[in-house]
Write a protein that binds this ligand. Structure first.
Ligand code: CA
Ligand code: CA
Length: 224
């Protein structure tokens, strides 16, 4: 099972430097205009669906479960990495919109959890160079646009995995994902975080993140 990790924020993780020889990659169908093509979905009590508004809709469900709803690109969700995303020159920032809403009370939960439902974004490495928890976003956040600095990971082949965790907080939650893209950093690195990044840092400081292993999710997927 997973372990609670205190004061863990992957935004602050030390990282390695790799060759900048690779060309820029692109996220396939990051705008979800007509479907979820290019992405793999896995669920455990939750659901993943295409939303007619042109987004990917991840929802929690009955009871509580990590990886309640998972949407991943660059991998099939089982870490086979058949088509990883190669981070090339210019792939400095991963940006996306995530609009959260409550689905109301879940009476099958006890509301005993310390944490609210949350969306974690993992970057899994296809070559075993280390997996990175890029962000943990509380489902109760009012922020909806996020920007993550990937400039330390250029040269890596990775998968991006959006994982909605259904905590035992008495509530079910939904998030609409949209406009997932890689962008070049056009301005010199800023010292003041963007609002979305700032909220992520705050969440990380309060220990919302937790360490999980790939095997954890494999087992979870097999159970459900
Ligand atoms: Ca639930
Ligand atoms: Ca919940």
């Amino acid at each position: 099972m997973f372990k609670i990790a205190i004061l863990f924020s992957s935004l602050l993780l030390a990282s390695c430097t790799f060759s900048n020889s690779a060309g820029a990659a692109s996220i396939v169908n990051g705008t979800f205009d007509t479907d979820l093509n290019g992405w793999s979905a896995l669920t455990g009590n939750g659901s993943v669906a295409w939303n007619a508004g042109g987004s990917a809709e991840l929802s929690t469900g009955a009871g509580s479960a990590p990886y309640s709803a998972v949407l991943v690109q660059g991998d099939d969700g089982l870490f086979n990495f058949a088509s990883p995303v190669l981070l090339g020159v210019g792939d400095d920032l991963l940006k996306f919109d995530a609009l959260f809403s409550s689905l109301g009370n879940d009476t099958s939960e006890t509301a005993a959890a310390l944490f609210s439902d949350n969306l974690q974004l993992w970057m899994y490495d296809a070559n075993g160079l280390g997996d990175v928890l890029l962000a943990t976003i509380d489902a109760l956040t009012s922020s909806s646009s996020f920007s993550l600095d990937l400039s330390s990971y250029i040269g890596r082949s990775v998968a991006f995995s959006f994982e909605l965790n259904d905590e035992d907080d008495g509530l079910d939650s939904r998030v609409l994902l949209d406009n997932v893209r890689l962008e070049q950093q056009t301005n010199p690195p800023v010292t003041v975080p963007e609002p979305g990044t700032l909220s992520l840092l705050i969440l990380g400081a309060f220990g919302y993140s937790r360490r999980v292993s790939r095997n954890d999710r494999k087992v979870q997927n097999q159970i459900h």
